[in-house]
Write a protein that binds this ligand. Structure first.
Ligand code: URA
Length: 432
C-alpha cells in the first residue's frame, strides 16, 4: 500500500477501508509512516470527517497498536475522560476519590493538547512524579492503591501517544473522529467495566457549541457500547475556565484544596457529578443523591486526600515541598461593568505564550506559569479591580500574555445583565 494514495482518498472525501486505516496506524506506530504523512492524513480527516464505521476501525487500529491492561482481580474497573477544557483538573481529584469506593481507576492520561492543559503535565509539576509506568507497575499499583494516573506506554496504545503529540502542534485536535479514537482507544485498552465522559463545549474547549458536543458524546458512547463498556456522558459548559487556576503547578495546588474539602465550588461539583455516575454504573449506589453524599464525605473527611498522597508516593512523587509559582502580576479592570466574556482560546494562548503549554511537539513546559482568575462571567466589577493575576518570571512573555488577556476579557459598560449573557448550566446528562 502507498501512504500517499490512502491520504489522497481521504483528501478526496472517500471512505478508507479497514486495511487502509490499519496500514496507516500500524505504520505510524512502528515508525514506517513518518510524521509528515500522518499529519497530512490527520488534516484530511479533520477536514473531511469519517463515517461511523471508519471511526470504529480507527479506534480498533489504535488499540491493536499495543496491548490491553490485564484485570488484576474482580474489583470493578472504572475511569473518566474529559474531552479537554481550560482549568479542568477533575482527574486529579476523581481518581483517588473513586479508589476510596472500592473501585479500581487505571487512568491513562495525556499531555496538554491545543489550548488545554494535560493531566500528565500537571502531575509532573509534583517533584519526582513518574508518568511512565510499565503495565506491570500499573497493575501492581491498582492492587496496592486502587488508582493510578499515568501516560500511554510503549505497549499501551502507542499509536495514540504519537498521534496525540502530532495533533497538538498541527491544528488537528478538534475533530470528532480523531478525538473519539484517541479517547476510546485508551479507555478500551484499560479493560474497563464503566466509563463516564466529560464532553465539553465553549471557548475553553475544543468544540465551540453544545450541538457539536452532543455529536461527540454520541460518537464516544457508540464506540464504548460496542466495546462492551458501560458508558455515560455529561455535557459540560466551558464558556469560562473551570475553577480559578489555569496552568500546571497551580492546578495541582487547586486540586489539593478540593481534595481537602475546600477549593472552588464548580470544580468540586463537577468532580462529584462525574464520579457519582460511576458509582451508579457499578451499582455501588442506587441513587445519585446517595452517591453525591458519599463522595462529599470522602472529600471532607480527608480520605480522598490520603488516597491521592498514596498514589503520588507510589509513583515516586513528593508533596512535602510546595510547588514554585512564577512572579505574580495582576490584570486590572479598565472600567466598571459586567464580565461578558472570558475567552478560553485566548486565555489558553496566554498560558502557551508564557511557556505553560507547547508550541512545538515535545517542548519542555514551565510548570511555574499560570493564571489565577478573580472573576466569573456575569459578575459586576469596578474600575481597577483585579480580574486575574498571571504567574510568570519572564517579562517579555508576560507582556505577550497580557495582550492576549486584554482581548480575552470583555466587560460590558452596562450594569444590567445582557439577555444573552446567561451562562449555561455547568453540566447536564447526555441523553442519547
Ligand atoms: N483527550 C484525548 O485523550 N484525546 C483527544 O483527542 C482529546 C482529548
Amino acid at each position: 500500500m502507498i501512504p500517499a494514495v490512502v491520504i489522497s482518498k481521504k483528501r478526496d472525501r472517500e471512505q478508507l477501508s479497514n486495511d487502509e486505516i490499519e496500514f496507516m496506524i500500524q505504520g505510524y506506530a512502528r515508525g514506517t509512516i513518518p510524521d509528515y504523512q500522518m499529519s497530512a492524513l490527520a488534516m484530511a480527516i479533520f477536514l473531511n470527517g469519517m463515517s461511523e464505521h471508519e471511526i470504529a476501525c480507527l479506534t480498533d487500529a489504535m488499540i491493536a497498536s499495543g496491548s490491553r491492561l490485564a484485570k488484576v482481580d474482580d474489583t470493578p474497573r472504572v475511569d473518566k475522560h474529559s474531552t479537554g477544557g481550560l482549568g479542568d483538573k477533575t482527574s486529579l481529584i476523581l481518581a483517588p476519590l473513586l479508589a476510596c469506593c472500592e473501585l479500581q481507576v487505571p487512568m491513562i492520561s495525556g499531555r496538554g493538547l491545543g489550548i488545554t492543559g494535560g493531566t500528565l503535565d500537571k502531575l509532573e509539576s509534583i517533584s519526582g512524579y513518574k508518568t511512565h509506568l510499565s503495565e506491570s507497575e500499573i497493575e501492581a499499583q491498582l492492587r496496592s492503591v486502587g488508582c493510578v494516573i499515568t501516560g500511554a506506554t510503549d505497549t499501551l496504545v502507542p499509536a495514540d501517544k504519537k498521534l496525540y503529540g502530532l495533533r497538538d502542534v498541527t491544528a488537528t485536535v478538534p475533530s470528532i473522529p480523531l478525538i473519539t479514537a484517541s479517547i476510546m482507544s485508551k479507555k478500551i485498552a484499560e479493560t474497563l467495566d464503566a466509563l463516564v465522559l466529560d464532553v465539553k463545549f465553549g471557548s475553553g474547549a475544543f468544540l465551540p457549541t453544545e450541538a457539536l458536543a452532543e455529536q461527540l458524546a454520541a460518537s464516544l458512547i457508540r464506540v464504548g457500547k460496542n466495546a462492551g463498556v458501560h458508558t455515560t456522558a455529561l455535557i459540560t459548559d466551558m464558556t469560562q475556565p473551570l475553577g480559578a487556576m489555569i496552568g500546571n503547578a497551580c492546578e495541582v495546588d487547586e486540586s489539593i484544596e478540593v481534595l481537602q474539602g475546600g477549593g472552588p465550588s464548580d470544580v468540586r461539583e463537577l468532580t462529584i457529578e462525574l464520579a457519582a455516575r460511576l458509582l451508579i454504573s457499578t451499582q455501588r449506589e442506587t441513587s445519585l443523591d446517595d452517591a453525591r453524599l458519599r463522595l462529599s464525605r470522602l472529600l471532607d473527611n480527608g480520605a480522598a486526600m490520603e488516597r491521592f498522597e498514596r498514589m503520588v508516593h507510589a509513583q515516586g512523587g513528593s508533596l512535602s515541598s510546595s510547588r514554585p509559582l512564577g512572579n505574580s502580576r495582576p490584570f486590572l479592570a479598565s472600567h466598571s461593568g459586567l464580565v461578558r466574556s472570558l475567552d478560553g482560546q485566548l486565555l489558553g494562548q496566554a498560558i502557551i505564550a508564557m511557556g505553560g503549554g507547547r508550541k512545538i511537539a515535545g517542548e519542555a513546559i514551565d510548570f511555574t506559569v499560570g493564571i489565577k482568575m478573580h472573576c466569573k462571567m456575569g459578575e459586576a466589577v469596578a474600575t481597577g479591580q483585579p480580574l486575574l493575576e498571571i504567574m510568570c518570571d519572564d517579562e517579555i512573555a508576560s507582556g505577550q500574555a497580557l495582550r492576549l488577556i486584554e482581548q480575552a476579557i470583555v466587560i460590558s459598560r452596562s450594569d444590567k445583565p445582557a439577555t444573552d449573557n446567561t451562562a449555561p448550566a455547568l453540566w447536564r446528562d447526555y441523553i442519547p
